[in-house]
Write a protein that binds this ligand. Structure first.
Ligand SMILES: NC(=O)c1ccc[n+]([C@@H]2O[C@H](COP(=O)([O-])OP(=O)(O)OC[C@H]3O[C@@H](n4cnc5c(N)ncnc54)[C@H](OP(=O)(O)O)[C@@H]3O)[C@@H](O)[C@H]2O)c1
Length: 352
């Protein structure tokens, strides 16, 4: 582990111990859900965005401690580290649900299978359990992940997300990809996919946490048989949202996990606010993929699958602020989430 992580870990541990409930008696579960493909996906998973130098160790630790869902993406530049972490853990590949994401410069139908092959090579595996289209916007094809014109504006590709989806459908028939899904789509964009192709996405990976609950959209997705995986399940915990060019004012609001309601609920169960937030997602029928490179936090997150009483779920429902932190619409030159909640105050800025 690198020095910055030791500092971060030590600081967090001290604060954490200070707020620790005195009892930890509740038995935790290992919930899984069934996708529309028939495959099982764990409720609790592990995110791998950022901290590339720590990911081999963290992925290996997470698997050894019991995580069985690993989420990564081509654009995170960590697929090699994830592959090494899987090997180092000693956990058989078939016991792991591994998902990656196609990046927007590889959306041309003729590029999709080659891009999947690149991911498989780096992950050192012959298949992924899930391939997601990372965003609905298509960038110019080529090596450049963020192709920009002379004024710094993103250059879009000529094909659409429907063309990409049909190419993903074809790759899923090769055995290299066991299920396909989307991420960061609007309701209208998913409706278009369903209307214009023969595969309903198995998963929609999207931002959901107590500050952005998206109740109506979640119900609609469930009715379509699309399983939701919550990214940034801890809300504005990730510093990225305060530091990026496109971070909104709301990223600076009180951290979700500091909400007194969550602490009070946690006391009842002998659980921390982080565990309550993750359990809220699982008790809502979704998967959660918190990211952490700190061993004790990984353990804490793993103990977050427990039953919350309806009155506590109702309390957490009151925290909905329709606060969306991940919104690169103006940078990507694509109005993301156009028919969804939390798009007010989108700011121009760039991250790459
Ligand atoms: N599809 C998409 O567009 C998209 C977008 C964003 C994220 N994702 C995926 O979702 C994953 C999670 O999202 P995220 O990383 O944005 O946010 P997150 O998991 O909600 O929050 C991560 C932050 O919380 C901290 N943390 C984790 N567990 C903790 C604990 N028990 N106590 C205190 N702090 C804790 C982490 O600390 P340390 O890092 O210091 O350990 C990190 O700073 C990503 O890694 C990625 O796989 C997907």
């Amino acid at each position: 582990m690198t020095t910055p992580n030791i500092t971060r870990a030590t600081l967090r541990k001290a604060l954490h111990t200070l707020h620790q409930p005195s009892i930890r008696t509740l038995t935790t579960r290992t919930t899984t859900y069934t996708l529309n493909t028939g495959a099982k996906i764990p409720a609790l998973g592990f995110g791998t965005f950022q901290d590339p130098d720590s990911q081999e160790h963290s992925v290996s630790q997470a698997l050894k401690k019991g995580m069985r869902l690993i989420d990564t993406a081509r654009v995170y530049n960590v697929e090699q580290q994830v592959g090494l972490g899987i090997k180092r853990s000693g956990i058989p590949r078939e016991d792991i649900f591994l998902g990656t994401k196609l990046w927007c410069n590889n959306y041309h139908p003729d590029d999709v299978e080659r891009a999947v092959d690149d991911s498989l090579r780096d992950l050192d595996t012959s298949y992924v359990d899930l391939l997601l289209m990372h965003y609905p916007c298509t960038f110019k094809r080529g090596e450049e992940r963020f192709p920009r014109d002379s004024e710094g504006r993103m250059i879009h590709g000529e094909t659409t997300y429907v063309d990409t989806w049909k190419a993903m459908e074809r790759v899923s028939k090769t055995g290299k990809v066991r299920a396909i899904g989307v991420s960061n789509f609007s309701k209208g964009e998913i409706e278009t996919l369903i209307r214009e192709s023969s595969t309903v996405p198995a998963v929609h990976q999207m931002e959901v946490h107590p500050y952005l609950q998206q109740k109506g959209f979640n119900e609609w997705l469930r009715a379509q048989g699309i399983h939701v995986v919550q990214f940034s399940p801890l809300g504005n915990m990730n510093d990225f949202y305060r530091q990026t060019g496109w971070s909104k004012e709301i990223a600076h609001m009180m951290r979700v996990i500091d909400q007194p309601i969550l602490k009070d609920i946690g006391q009842k169960y002998g659980k921390s606010p982080v565990q309550v937030v993750l359990a809220w997602g699982i008790n809502s029928g979704r998967s959660v993929i918190p990211k952490s490179v700190i061993d004790w936090q990984i353990e804490e997150n793993l103990a977050a699958d427990f039953e919350l009483q309806p009155e506590d779920m109702a309390q957490i429902a009151t925290l909905d602020a329709k606060a969306r932190f991940n919104d690169p619409s103006l940078d990507y030159e694509w109005r993301l989430y156009s028919d969804l909640e939390g798009i007010d105050g989108t700011v121009r800025g760039r991250t790459h």
